[in-house]
Design a protein around this ligand. Structure first.
Ligand SMILES: [Cu+2]
Length: 109
């Protein structure tokens, strides 16, 4: 009985090590909205990562996907966070300011 318990513990350790090396920890990115524009978008974002959108303007902005897969509203001087759910390239815009637009690229995990 003692011997079997030891084997189980050893196997558990091996599977944990494999999981840790094949999946990177989620990252957090910040995008600043200022002067009626979106700042630089993250280049290497992946599913599971988080983007914090900071609004430095005195008017509200949104980060609204054209396919409606996300729709974040950010009040003036506030920030909002979004965890990326889907891989793909997502054109988005601000519903209040049509000239504000971008494309968010999200890689699979
Ligand atoms: Cu806006």
């Amino acid at each position: 009985m003692v011997g079997m318990a030891r084997i189980a513990v050893a196997l558990g350790g091996v599977s944990l090590a494999v999981a840790a090396s094949s999946q990177a920890a989620p990252k957090q990115y910040t995008v600043v909205m200022a002067n009626m524009n979106y700042g630089a978008l993250p280049g290497g974002a992946k599913v599971g990562d988080t983007i914090v959108w900071v609004n430095r303007d005195t008017v509200p902005h949104t980060v609204t996907a054209r396919d409606h897969s996300f729709d974040l509203r950010v009040a003036p001087g506030q920030s909002g966070r979004m965890t990326l759910q889907k891989a793909g390239a997502f054109p988005f815009y601000c519903i209040f300011h049509a000239m504000m637009r971008g494309t968010l690229k999200v890689a699979a995990k």
